[in-house]
Structure formats: C-alpha cells, structure tokens
Design a protein around this ligand. Sequence first.
Ligand code: GTP
Ligand code: ATP
Length: 268
Amino acid sequence: MDGRDWKKFLFPYEQAVEELKVKFKTLRTELKSSEEYAPIEFVTGRVKKISSILEKAKRLNVPMDQLEKGIEDIAGIRIMCQFTEDIQRVAELIRERRDFKLVYEKDYITNKKESGYRSYHLIVEYPVQTSLGMKHVLAEIQIRTLAMNFWATIEHSLNYKYKESKLPEEVRKRLSKAAEAAYLLDLEMSSIREEIVESQKMFEDNSNHVSRVLNYIQQLYFYHRVREAAQFQLRFNEIWEKEELWLLEELSHELEAAIARAKNEAPK
Ligand SMILES: Nc1nc2c(ncn2[C@@H]2O[C@H](COP(=O)(O)OP(=O)(O)OP(=O)(O)O)[C@@H](O)[C@H]2O)c(=O)[nH]1
Ligand SMILES: Nc1ncnc2c1ncn2[C@@H]1O[C@H](COP(=O)(O)OP(=O)(O)OP(=O)(O)O)[C@@H](O)[C@H]1O
C-alpha cells in the first residue's frame, strides 16, 4: 500500500473514532445531568499508527489483505472510570446500544494478564457512512479505572523504551508490585464509595422519617388531640437535640397508632 492507499484505508477508522468519542462524551454529559454522578470520567481515542499496524500484522501473522478482520484495534476508544464498579455499568450501557454491534468481550479484570494489566475490552463493529457507501469497521473499546490507566500508561511507555531488549527482570518485578498497589487502591476507593453511598442512604432515610413524624404531629392537631400532639412534639425535639435519629422510626409507628385512634374516635 502506498501513502494514498493508507489514507483511504484509514479514513473510515478515523471517522469511527471521532464519532465514537463524541457519542461517549455525550453519554457522560447526559448521565451527569440525569444521575448527578457519571460512571464515565473521561474518554480518549486514537487510530493506530501505520508502523504499529504493520508491526502487529507481522507479529500476529496477519496478511496485508486481512488487516480489517485480523487487527481489531485499528480504531481504539478508551473510557476511564473512577471506580471498578463503574466498569460493568459502562459495559452494560454499551451492550444496550443499537448504533453498533458487539462482537465479543475480553475481561482482563477477572483474569488479569501476566504483566499485571487490568482492563475490560469490548470489540464492536461500527457502521461508518462514507461517500462510497456504508462500511463496517472493527473498534476496540477499553474500559478501565484511573488506577488501571495510570499503571498501563507507564508500563506501555517502559515497554516501548526497552522494546527489542525486553524489560529487565528487576523492572518487571517492580511493575508487578505496582500493579498490585493499583489493584489495592481500586479496592480501597470502592470501599470508601460504599461508605459514602451508605451514609447518603442513611441521611435520606432520616430526612424521610423527620418529615413523616412532623406530618403526623400536624395530623394529630387536625384531630384536636392537642395534648397528645404536644407530647409527641416534645419527644421529637428531644430526639432531635440528642441526635438520636434512629428513634424516629419507632416514634413514627406510635404516631400512626395515635392517628388511627383519633380517626376512630372523631365524631362522624
Ligand atoms: N500497557 C499494557 N497494555 C496492554 C497489555 N496487554 C494488552 N494491552 C492493551 O490491550 C490491547 C489488546 O490486547 P490483547 O487483548 O492482548 O489483544 P491483542 O490485540 O492480541 O494484543 P497483543 O497483546 O498486542 O497481542 C493492546 O493493544 C493494548 O492496548 C499490557 O500488558 N500492558
Ligand atoms: N483502545 C484504545 N483507545 C485509546 N488509546 C489506545 C487504545 N489502544 C491503545 N491506545 C494507545 O495508543 C497508543 C499507541 O499504541 P499502539 O496501538 O501502538 O499499541 P498497543 O495498542 O498498546 O499495542 P499492540 O500494538 O500490541 O496492540 C498508546 O499510547 C496506547 O496507549
């Protein structure tokens, strides 16, 4: 292939990468506005360099007329997430999409690579509208946490630096240790996230109980149970001052019973 042939060959891949980047960035914005929290932190993409395509074709024994099928990452998208849990959420969103077809998935998170590499990969077939008609190209979508990305970026550049001479054993061992540290960092972050979600839920439960109790007290006043309502109000104030909000659930049950009694005894 000469320069012009390569340009023609790579054009649909360039279009696919540009379109996919826009789509995932838009998805992030959309999720952020609807759910306050987006499982996507940022998105990057690239078209593989000609030298890298040739190198890989040689390494994998892919003939030049089979590049489209034989090399799956000529178009590459990378999606970075804050937490490990976000990765499956993003993968699920990709599986549900109808604007491209999922070909297969590679889970290097459950089964990390020998190097220590962790990431979730999806190979998709993306339709590109060109001036010559529709063309379907393969694209690789890598989903990873910020910690996984940090490790992979450094490991990639070290491998690139050493290239032919291969990584010295000492460096390889250290990279393996660093991979373990990145894994532990992801674990720690996940447990912090769980704690935050838990405390947010507790806060929501408590504020629901507060508004329910205050509403019930109002209802008692409505049924002219002034003294009873004032007693409940005092108990509520005490719970509030002592910050013993877990007692509100019990108080709200007692109030429900008091309202039921008041309803029964109210003149018809
Ligand atoms: N930094 C880093 N990236 C990796 C590693 N293994 C895989 N990757 C990335 O994941 C892509 C796909 O790798 P694989 O799933 O192993 O498939 P492959 O296309 O046959 O890739 P090769 O590993 O190059 O044979 C690669 O092109 C890299 O971008 C690794 O050990 N370190
Ligand atoms: N799916 C992807 N999305 C975004 N960037 C990628 C993707 N895959 C690789 N890259 C980045 O593109 C640059 C060039 O990588 P290149 O394609 O030459 O090698 P590779 O994909 O890491 O390895 P291989 O040739 O073995 O597949 C690197 O910075 C790499 O991190």
